[in-house]
Ligand binder design. Structure first.
Ligand SMILES: Cc1ncc(COP(=O)(O)O)c(C=O)c1O
Length: 401
């Protein structure tokens, strides 16, 4: 008997669905069914996109030149704006030709790995990590090598840990600061030490800077290329407008890389998706060339919610919550609750806990399993103050039983 033909390719069959989107859609479905669910799952600001950005898009939609194909790698004006913004926010100059405009930061993540990773290559992945990275690495044929830093080290990996995980197959390091999912922020000194280590060993750095403006408690954004300029020739910077300007739905991101990598990734994109929607690109130009006041206002709200969330989580027995200093996530360790029984259900993992919290308190959180080891939960604080207090309050009451 011949074996049945494989329907789905092994490469795609190996991809897990995005756990964060899955939690979010389950919460939204329950809400649509009339349940009073509060969702801490989604990684997106609850604010509308600032008006001046929306107005630029409305004007762009009326212009026929935006109704046509444009260069696959991005509008020249947007690449110029990204170069100017990089100088303003990161403090170093780039050639606009080194920019590739992508459909959100996510496409930049996939294209970055596709551009530099070959089968057999290892990519060091500090864990907890954003759920998309290992999929992008594996799809490029690479092997993610997790380097874990727990709550006891504020989720920050050290050079010693990276060095211990390095082999002759190590091609790249994924670096994300401020971090999704932990909210951890590397200091300039830590960033510089990691950059110097990568430079010394010829390891590429893929640095995801999408949360660069969302910093609290005096934390500083540390662009690795500014701290170690020689690293530019082996670094891919990933960024986008989604988180900074409340523009998750507009789908504009970018990568900045050495000429050969940008060319390879642009060729790839020219077959895959071509140009990002022109109206969105014009909106992104308005965002990047405009003032940052609206961003600072949103950041103030996130900061207030962050403090409320962290202090409420810390009141729960068995929960340890390091202070997140960036992005908009709290990442408490819930290891102290593993082994407990809640409403007759035994909790043997953070996935069990998240599931009990959803069923019994009607609150959606993402379990640590989506980002690496079990034993943690990610809660986004990018939602309204009242919902936030109500949602964490419900978790407190459930876990106090
Ligand atoms: C760390 C990180 N990088 C990149 C992205 C991609 O964002 P987008 O594709 O919406 O631009 C996200 C979104 O959740 C993220 O958290």
């Amino acid at each position: 008997m011949t074996a049945p033909a494989r329907r789905v390719s092994s490469r795609l069959a190996a991809i897990a669905p995005s756990a964060t989107l899955a939690v979010d859609s389950k919460a939204k479905a329950l809400k649509a069914a009339g349940r009073p669910v509060i969702g801490f799952g989604a990684g997106e600001p609850d604010f509308p996109t600032p008006d001046y950005i929306v107005e630029a898009a409305v004007a762009a939609a009326r212009e026929p030149r935006n109704h046509r194909y444009t260069p696959a790698g991005g509008l020249p004006e947007l690449k110029e704006a990204i170069a100017a913004k990089t100088l303003r926010d990161s403090g170093y100059e780039i050639d606009p030709a080194s920019v590739l405009v992508t459909n959100g930061g996510k496409q930049a993540v996939f294209q970055a790995f596709a551009a530099i990773v070959d089968p057999g290559d290892e990519v060091l992945l500090p864990a907890p990590y954003w759920t998309t990275y290992p999929e992008a690495i594996a799809l490029a044929g690479g092997t993610p090598v997790e380097v874990f830093a727990g709550a006891d080290q504020d989720y920050l990996v050290t050079v010693e840990q990276l060095e211990a995980a390095r082999t002759e197959n190590t091609k790249a390091l994924l670096f994300c600061s401020p971090s999704n999912p932990t909210g951890a922020v590397y200091s300039p000194e830590q960033t510089k030490a990691i950059g110097e280590w990568a430079l010394e060993h010829g390891i590429w750095v893929i640095t995801d800077e999408i949360y660069e403006h969302l910093l609290y408690d005096g934390a500083e954004f540390s662009p690795i290329v500014r701290l170690v300029p020689e690293l530019a020739d082996q670094t891919i910077v990933l960024n986008g407008v989604a988180k900074t300007f409340a523009m998750t739905g507009w789908r504009v991101g970018w990568m900045i890389s050495p000429a050969d990598v940008t060319k390879a990734a642009s060729n790839f994109q020219s077959h895959l998706t071509s140009n990002v929607a022109n109206v969105s690109q014009r909106a992104a130009i308005a965002a990047l060339t405009g003032p940052l006041d609206a961003v600072y206002e949103m950041r103030e709200a996130f900061d207030r919610r962050r403090r409320t969330m962290v202090s409420m989580l810390r009141e729960i027995d068995g929960v340890v919550c390091p202070t997140p200093r960036g992005a908009f996530y709290a990442y408490p360790s819930v290891e102290g609750l593993i082994g407990h029984t809640i409403r007759g259900r035994e909790i043997s993992s953070s996935a069990d806990l998240a599931s009990v919290i959803l069923d019994e308190a009607e609150v959606a959180v993402v379990p640590g399993e989506a980002f690496g080891p079990s034993g943690f939960m990610r809660l986004s604080y990018a939602l309204g103050d009242d919902d936030l207090a109500e949602g964490v309050g419900r978790i407190q009451s459930l876990l106090a039983e």
